[in-house]
Design a protein around this ligand. Structure first.
Ligand code: ZN
Length: 250
């Protein structure tokens, strides 16, 4: 990977994570000069990063206007959830077909992390970890394209949650994720799909049950938190990059 594309990918990762953790609410302006200064990138590279995030549905970058974090309509949000249900049904089927005991241990470890973040009252991290649970299942499906599409759809769901959801919507996911792990261990595909569909129905209900909320934030402060150098060792435990979730460039 060239130096330029590494820098673009780093900016994408930082912005993607800030959007997924709802630190940059939908509709937030993302001025090219401010991003360029923060990520030490030319405008051309900033535009490349914004174009990538636009292709993932996380950013709106109309020509000759300041890009913003995406603000999907309620109808678009429902479409995203519809696609997510379709993908996750087949993820469950494939994971069960390839099931091995290590999958159960890995998923349980992940749910424990979600529980720790939830108990610590860290709604942003517990929300991100809740999404990553599903992306891990996507990895376990063994189909890289399915994992990529699912990752994208799960990221869009985080944005939708920020726009329409209730605060602390991720709270219920620890218990529900444990139910999914138990169902996968049972290796009955129809039963596990039913558990997954029930969970996704609840996620959608929590995500689309409110008119949205206003968040107070400061773009500069958010960027400084998310734009720590990759190799600087400065990332705190809370804001570290997930091990595999965001490494889509490999
Ligand atoms: Zn979930």
């Amino acid at each position: 990977m060239s130096k330029k594309s590494t820098r673009v990918e780093f900016a994408c990762q930082a912005l993607r994570r800030a959007i997924i953790e709802q630190a940059l609410p939908p509709g937030t302006k993302l001025p090219e000069d401010e991003l360029g200064a923060r990520f030490a990138m030319s405008r051309t590279l900033v535009r490349a990063a914004l174009a990538q995030l636009q292709s993932e549905g996380l950013v709106d970058a109309p020509p000759r206007r300041t890009a913003t974090t995406a603000k999907p309509t309620l109808e678009e949000a429902r479409e995203v959830f519809e696609v997510r249900r379709m993908l996750e049904r087949d993820v469950v089927r494939l994971v069960i077909a390839r099931w091995k005991p290590e999958f159960g241990a890995e998923l349980e470890g992940h749910v424990r992390e979600e529980e720790t973040a939830h108990k610590a009252g860290d709604a942003r991290v517990s929300g991100r970890l809740a999404g990553e649970f599903h992306v891990r299942l996507g990895q376990m499906s063994g189909n890289r394209l399915l994992r990529r599409y699912l990752g994208e759809v799960v990221s869009r769901c985080s944005l939708i949650l920020a726009l329409y959801g209730r605060p602390h919507s991720a709270d219920c996911s620890v218990k529900e994720h444990r139910e999914i792990v138990a169902a996968l261990r049972g290796r009955n595909a129809d039963a596990a799909i039913a558990v997954m569909e029930h969970h996704l129905g609840l996620v959608e209900h929590r995500a689309l049950s409110d008119r949205g909320r206003d968040a107070q934030f400061d773009l500069g402060a958010v960027l400084s938190r998310y734009a720590e150098p990759l190799d600087g060792g400065g990332a705190s435990k809370v804001t570290r990059l997930p091990r595999r979730k965001l490494g889509a460039a490999k």
